[in-house]
Design a protein around this ligand. Sequence first.
Ligand code: KIV
Length: 284
Amino acid sequence: MSDKKVTVLDVQQAKKEGRKLVMCTAYDYPFGLMADEAGMDIVLVGDSLGMVVLGLEGTVEVTMEHMIHHIKAVVQGCKGPLVIGDLPFMSYNISIQEAIRNAGRLMKEGVCDAVKLEGGVDFAPTVEAIVKAGIPVQGHIGLTPQTAGALGGFKTQGRDAMAAKRIIDDAKALEHAGVFSIILEAVPGLLGKLVTEAASVPIIGIGAGPHVDGQVLVTHDLVGLFDKFIPKFVKQYTQIRPIILEALQRYKTDVQEVTFPGPKHSFNMPKKALTQLRKMVHDS
Ligand code: KIV
């Protein structure tokens, strides 16, 4: 477990020092604890929880209540890393006032350290207002899952010169609006490099190649707990699902065959109490 809390300033300093930032997602207390113990710089309570924890089709249905519930649990286990709460779809899109109110709820009720929202140039005024209210904001550009439908699905972004230029403009607009870092998702590696060179805030890539300031992955993808679909940019470091499945199947067999619980997992009654009980039952 880390003995020092990572701050927004530490994250910004990492880029200046050329130190790669490591970020993963978590949605509950045990994974928050493990992310802490593994020494993550940043832990994101992402709205990806809609898919990997709640079993929904995408992130659109995720609510503020879902996010607050899960952020609270992660924060209990995550004492070292900077914990970022994701603003869900439509919690910051309707008005700037509502965006500030909802960002404030994630901080006050979830007790996270910063918030994240998706969008570039169009959301710069929203970011600026949230930052002015005293809340650190992380941006998210390139592939933005909440509006993936409008982007034509979960596709690589910035593949032609015009689209690539728009992503660089998005990064610059967010930087001017005051974000402390930016997630860049699903773009060609060379564009990842160009965005990273153009921005003075850390660019954290997910499917954006190696030339960015850090990497983020969805933890359930990297440990092989969610295998409905595996994006090209995911590296699976282990396959935990088959291990859990096998344990559950063995438990089922043991119960059916009465090999569990055995003496090791059962409680004994003192001999004297047992004799007294037998007598009481017999006399009644
Ligand atoms: O919700 C999430 O987990 C994310 C990551 C993919 C960066 O936004």
